[in-house]
Design a binder for this molecule. Structure first.
Ligand code: IVH
Length: 663
């Protein structure tokens, strides 16, 4: 195939996969397969710079360093919204709309995303430039940074809807709460100042001169307004949202077209209850008069429209007092200072503790016992202290210092970077509890009936000090414990016994080695094949494994170098735990076969299906060819099922695939 043609095919494929993964949340291929396509494209573009284009998916990777952001004049002013705090104020807004000459208005109610507002300009369907809101008329040119956001279409989809010559879209760049937590954890570990909330994190990430940094900060984008469109009238806000979705933008599906403002208020109340379950931050609902002719009739003031308002949620910040500062010890021995607070209701949840992260954080915010503090709750983030209010300081209040000895085990505390650790290891009750809880948890050994509270009971009762002790527990030891009867004691003993066959990957993850998550655990388990081999592996040998970095390698070597850990593992082996990679016991019935998945696998999910194939010696590929052994078709399959039929490749349903694997 000609290079130019191959490049176009790759771009088309990658664009489609970006859309499926980042906008639809329905990926069709595995990450590794995607990376392979992207690498091929990068190599081709490097070899043929004359074929490189500005809207190629390779432009998302980041790496450009800018000296400053230029200025951009928006195609239409970026207005802000009047904030309302009560339903009554919303009904007042309704009266003003009425008086303004629009009596039969319907309203679009949409989530109000708490991020950073941007303008995105498309010329002939290609992403041309993007900018921050700035003063509403001009903003900063953050085009290169925006390109790193995978849910931003670099090209609009002309297949579904005609693309206008010029289009300006307003959207909100956000960071999801989970990503925000991870980012802050990394910042704190590096001794850097964490971001106060996901909005600041999104803004800070988008306004990086080094686009490589932006690319490493997972941002997302929700489109909600057509600011400017040439040649075509969309007619209403609801039609605009439809068009945006057709062109390939992520648009919030729950937005509701309301006949009355009562319905809009109901939408607000429903969303306010649900906001804690969402993985992105909302701070209210935007209510917009739907029809564009109605909007024009009502017009705008200098900075805000008369046809839309923001109905805000109750703030999730409150003021309270610090009763004490305690120090918690985690499973890795890390000491975390925690502010114990006078309990206070923060929009429906009683908060009595807030994390202070580490010593540097306490000193930076200068939190002392007795202080009045402003606290906040964001999504499912652990509540935290935002700031100390100056008026509350008690005379003689001393600034915080980490203890020199662990508050639980009295072992020596050492500083590593910005954090402090208890050196007690298996001798520290807090670490015992944390490690055993992790060992039994989901994704680890998944020991039924061994929940967090039961672990505390076992450790506090002196029955269990380490992981090996678990496997020596008897029903007679359990019976005297509160809440245990014959049946539950038998159940727990049986569940612990069953976990001996959980498999090496789960076991390695369950050990709780710092920096070793589920994925890395599986990588090293498959590579080394047995715990014995992993335990004697040196740093160099580990780093040589694909996907294992220096930090992970050091953690693994440190962990198995520890006398306490080694002795616990020796004892567990003596109890008969199966510590070899189970794949070696699986027959390689798919050796050398290429398998293709298409659509959603309802029972297995893509990851598990892929593992099953790989354990049997097969390989999962993304495209169907004559050499494909079979295609497994899930829900809503893509074009691959048709392709298979064309080529005469065997097609299996998910159930048939499972049956074949089980055989
Ligand atoms: S419409 C004239 N819709 O909220 C209409 N704004 O001051 C202008 N925002 O920073 C905005 N979600 O970026 C609109 N669904 C939504 C929104 C939204 C968040 C932001 C907007 C602005 C602030 C309002």
């Amino acid at each position: 195939m000609e290079t130019a043609e191959r490049i176009e095919t790759l771009r088309r494929e990658l664009r489609r996969h970006d859309y499926l993964y980042y906008v639809k949340d329905k990926p069709e291929i595995a990450d590794a397969a995607y990376d392979k396509l992207l690498r091929e494209l990068m190599e081709l573009e490097e070899k043929h710079p004359e074929l490189a284009t500005n809207d190629s998916p390779t432009q998302r990777v980041g790496g450009k360093v800018q000296s400053a952001f230029g200025e951009v004049t928006h195609l239409a002013p970026m207005l802000s919204l009047e904030s309302l705090m009560s339903a009554d104020e919303v009904f007042e807004f309704g009266k003003r709309v009425d008086k303004g000459g629009v009596s039969d208005a319907s309203f679009m109610a949409e989530p109000k995303f708490d991020g950073l507002s941007v303008e995105l300009v498309y010329l002939h369907g290609r992403f041309e430039r993007g900018s921050t809101r700035g003063d509403g008329t001009t903003g900063e040119n953050v085009t290169e940074n925006l390109k790193t956001i995978r849910s931003l279409p670099l090209r609009l989809f002309p297949e579904v809807r005609d693309v206008p010559e010029t289009l300006a879209v307003r959207a909100e760049a956000i960071m999801r709460v989970g990503e925000f937590d991870d980012l802050n954890r990394r910042m704190i570990e590096l001794g850097k100042e964490p971001f106060a909330n996901p909005r600041n994190a999104a803004a800070g990430s988008l306004r990086q001169l080094d686009t490589g940094i932006t690319a490493s900060r997972p941002l997302d984008l929700f489109a909600y307004d057509v600011m400017y469109i040439e040649g075509e009238a969309l007619g209403s806000q609801s039609a605009s949202l439809h068009a945006l979705s057709d062109w390939g933008f992520r648009v919030e599906k729950s937005s509701r077209l309301c006949e009355t403002l009562d319905e809009a208020v109901a939408y607000h109340d429903e969303l306010e209850v649900k906001r804690d379950e969402l993985d992105y931050e909302l701070d209210g609902v935007v209510v917009k008069v739907d029809r564009h002719d109605h909007q024009a009739e009502l017009g705008a003031r200098s900075r805000t429209p008369r046809w839309a308002v923001a109905f805000k949620f109750k703030p999730r910040q409150e003021i309270t007092d610090v009763v004490d500062i305690a120090v918690q010890v985690g499973r890795t021995g890390k000491l975390t200072p925690v502010a114990l607070l006078r309990p206070v209701d923060v929009s429906g949840v009683t908060v009595s503790r807030a994390t202070l992260h580490n010593q540097d954080e306490v000193l930076r915010k200068d939190v002392r016992v007795g202080d009045r503090v402003r606290i906040q709750r964001a999504g499912d983030v652990i509540p935290e202290v935002v700031e100390v209010l100056p008026e509350g300081r008690k005379q003689g209040a001393e600034s915080f210092r980490m203890p020199e000895f662990c508050p639980v085990s009295q072992s020596l505390v050492v500083a590593k970077g910005a954090n402090h650790y208890c050196t007690g290891g298996w001798a520290c009750r807090a670490q015992q509890t944390g490690r055993i809880q992790h060992f039994a948890s989901k994704g680890a050994m998944e020991i039924e009936f061994l929940g967090e509270k039961t672990v505390v009971q076992l450790v506090e009762g002196g029955l269990v000090h380490d992981l090996a002790d678990l496997y020596r527990l008897t029903r007679d030891e359990l019976l005297p414990l509160e809440g245990f009867g014959e049946k539950s004691a038998d159940n727990l003993v049986a569940a612990i016994e069953a976990s001996k066959h959980a498999g090496l990957d789960r076991f390695v993850y369950a050990l709780g080695i710092p920096n070793v998550g589920q994925h890395v655990a599986k990588v090293v388990a498959t590579h080394f094949g047995s715990l014995d081999a992993l335990m004697v592996a040196g740093e160099e040998e580990l780093v040589a494994v694909h996907e294992v970095g220096e930090e992970v390698a050091r953690s693994v070597v440190d962990y198995f170098g520890d006398e306490g850990n080694r002795s616990v593992i020796e004892n567990m082996k003596a109890q008969g735990l199966e510590l070899v990679w189970e794949a070696s016991q699986v027959e390689r019935t798919l050796e050398g076969s290429k398998i293709v998945f298409t659509g959603t696998l309802v029972e297995l999910g893509r990851d598990e299906a892929k593992t099953l194939v790989e354990q049997r010696g097969g390989r999962v590929t993304s495209s169907v060819s004559k050499n494909t052994r079979f295609v497994v078709v899930g829900d809503n399959p893509g074009s691959k099922a048709e392709k298979a039929a064309e080529l005469g490749v065997k097609v299996l349903s998910e159930r048939e695939f499972i049956a074949l694997i089980r055989d």
